[in-house]
Design a protein around this ligand. Structure first.
Ligand code: NI
Length: 144
């Protein structure tokens, strides 16, 4: 009996959208005010979905405390109240929310062992959100 658990977390972080491959003018044309030199902040809402068999003894897919502590250690401690541009992950990558979503997915895929990581969704604003389900898992939630 496979089931899914989703949990939300919030981090605050700043970023500046700026590609080293572009001139100042081109950056402004591509990213608009998101490329302002001093950056800007977001309250990112991170939704993590994990899946697995429901344990017949505990009745759970996984223990929320295990998920919370992994997300805390690998994601929140690293990114909360930081400037994403200074994170080593974004030394050569633009810290768009697409790339942040993939970075969070990859960190959790590497460190969370208590259930299968199904999907990470990151809300940048109320109207913008991004999802990543890992390599070759596009649409994984619908295919099971
Ligand atoms: Ni932004």
């Amino acid at each position: 009996m496979r089931a899914y658990l989703s949990r939300r977390y919030v981090i605050s972080a700043s970023h500046r959208l700026y590609s080293k491959d572009y001139s100042e003018e081109k950056n402004r044309a591509v990213y608009g005010k998101c490329s302002n030199p001093h950056g800007h902040g977001h309250n990112y809402v991170i939704e993590v979905t994990v899946g697995g068999q429901v344990d017949p003894v505990t009745g759970m897919v996984c223990n929320l405390a295990d998920l919370d502590s992994c997300v805390q250690r690998t994601v929140i401690d690293r990114f909360d109240h930081t400037n994403l541009n200074f994170d080593e992950r974004f030394t050569h990558e633009v810290p768009t929310t697409e790339n942040l979503c993939i970075a969070i997915h990859n960190l959790l895929a590497e460190h969370f062992v208590h259930a299968d990581l199904e999907r990470v969704r990151v809300e940048e604003t109320r109207n913008n959100f991004f999802e990543y389900a890992g390599k070759g898992k596009h649409g994984a939630l619908n295919n099971r």
